[in-house]
Design a protein around this ligand. Structure first.
Ligand SMILES: [Zn+2]
Length: 477
């Protein structure tokens, strides 16, 4: 009797441990609809109870099933596996598997150590359909002869597939996005790119295009970079200046007072400066996808530059260098409270205090080109306002990190400071920008013409007495 009970108890124990009913589960880490040559299929496989015995990922395309990956997991004891959870990762490319482009189905199978596995269905644990796309977008550079000054910019025209989701120019760690839709030929895109002052000598500019599946094509851009020597300038910080500016800037930015003036100054010149640049990147991330500028860029009238673009600044206090920074703009001084005018037509994207820049204005001129005006005593514009070339945006002052009344001016490409001297040079703008943009028929010109024709047609209709058919032959004014 005792023996029977023991046997029965043993069987129940076995049934619970070795005949557990939990089937393994599988989930896709990334639910993608398209998969490219650089893509990976990542699946998390999990089992409670006895644990995993084997797993397999299959891909079916054009009726052919390919096993992409299969794994076996050894038993730990008679009761269970060594593995309860694992992530399977299969790179699609690499030439190991011949996979056709087009629709495909991923299926994931797994078994555990339960005795019930012999009775379970052969259905996959997971099935996901997607599209395999292994071909990177077409790419062709249309513009030639790119001569770029270090710290300056240039414009490139290229042709790529309309389904390219991301394209533009890379150099070093920088990426400058291209803009579609400017030309009647929808495959042509335009991108400004810069050779930022801190990009290494050997960095190569590349035009890149990537599709939704992550397939990337890159062509090196034939650009001749003219190295520039950036001079070093010493800025002497008097105790009077620190006493006046440090508390003022900290208070203006809602920060607590710092009794140690040098410490407060270094916080402003380093941490606040970095934060301000991040904020600039943020407000310049989106740009109007067409040029808003007209003619050349204006230079602040009667203003003498006191500091140039890319100057290495050495900050000296009490005979000791306490900091170094790069000056990424132009300081222009004329008279106190001088009128500050928009260098060109555009849209205001920032009109507010901005840390070291004091009261600042940023204008979007389109295609990633922005201008910045700092240290203003007064701001005369608002965000989202359209301004025209020469319109007053504010008055010079010495708000922020400024030792005297002047304008800090900067031209930026998506928030990266570039040398404004090029933009003040009408001949440079003509050869590098205007003439290149004129080499293909423009889509906005077409839209404007169509608009004008429609307006003319409407005007004709209003002018025509009822009953008279205003057809195609109606005269236009
Ligand atoms: Zn400055």
């Amino acid at each position: 009797m005792v023996g029977v009970l023991l046997l029965l108890g043993g069987l129940i124990f076995l049934a619970f441990t070795k005949a557990e009913w939990h089937r393994p589960t599988a989930t896709l880490v990334d639910q993608r609809d398209t998969l490219g040559a650089n893509g990976t299929i990542d699946v998390r496989v999990h089992d409670v109870g006895t644990g995993l015995k084997r797993s397999r990922i299959e891909l079916e395309s054009e009726g052919i099933r390919t096993v992409l990956l299969s794994e076996e997991y050894p038993a730990d004891t008679w009761r269970r596996s060594t593995t309860f959870e694992t992530t399977l990762s299969v790179p699609l490319g690499g030439g190991e598997h011949k996979i056709a482009e087009g629709p495909a189905t991923i299926r994931v199978y797994a078994e555990d150590y339960s005795w019930l596995r012999w009775f379970r269905s052969r259905q996959p644990l997971l099935e996901h359909t997607l599209r395999i796309d292994l071909t990177p977008p077409n790419l062709e550079v249309l513009s030639r002869e790119h001569y770029v000054n270090q710290g300056g910019a240039d414009l490139v025209l290229y042709r790529t597939a309309e389904d390219a989701t991301r394209s533009g120019v890379t150099i070093g760690d920088y990426f400058f996005p291209g803009t579609p839709g400017l030309f009647t030929d929808a495959t042509i895109r335009v991108a400004f790119f810069a050779v930022p002052h801190d990009v290494g000598r050997n960095a190569t500019a590349r035009v890149v295009a990537e599709d939704e599946a992550g397939n990337l094509r890159a062509l090196s851009l034939h650009a001749t970079v003219k190295q520039k020597h950036f001079p070093t300038k010493t800025l002497r910080l008097s105790t009077g200046f620190l006493e006046r500016k440090v508390p003022e800037i900290l208070a203006a930015n809602g920060l607590p007072a710092e009794p140690d003036l040098v410490k407060g100054y270094l916080y402003i010149n380093r941490t606040m400066r970095r934060a301000n640049e991040l904020r600039i990147r943020e407000v310049t991330r989106q740009s109007v996808p067409r040029p808003l500028w007209t003619a050349s860029f204006l230079r602040q009238p009667n203003a003498a530059p006191s500091s140039g673009f890319g100057d290495h600044r050495s900050y000296v206090h009490d005979g000791e260098e306490i900091d170094t920074q790069t000056h990424l703009g132009f300081d222009l001084a004329s008279v106190r409270r001088a009128e500050v005018t928009a260098v060109n037509t555009g849209k205001i994207v920032l009109a507010a205090p901005l840390g070291i820049y004091g009261n600042a204005v940023i204008i979007d001129h389109g295609l990633g080109i922005f201008s910045l005006y700092g240290h203003l005593s007064a701001i005369k514009v608002e965000v989202d306002q359209d301004v025209t070339r020469g319109e007053i945006v504010g008055h010079t002052g010495e708000t922020g990190l400024a030792g005297g009344d002047h304008l800090h001016f900067s031209i930026m490409l998506y928030g990266i400071h570039i040398n404004p001297v090029e933009w003040w040079d009408a001949r440079w703008v003509d050869t590098h920008v205007t003439s290149r943009l004129a080499s293909y028929p423009r889509a906005d010109a077409l839209v404007n013409d169509a608009d004008r024709e429609l307006e003319a047609l409407d005007a004709d209709r209003e002018a025509t007495p009822p009953g008279n058919d205003a057809g195609e032959d109606a005269p236009r004014s």
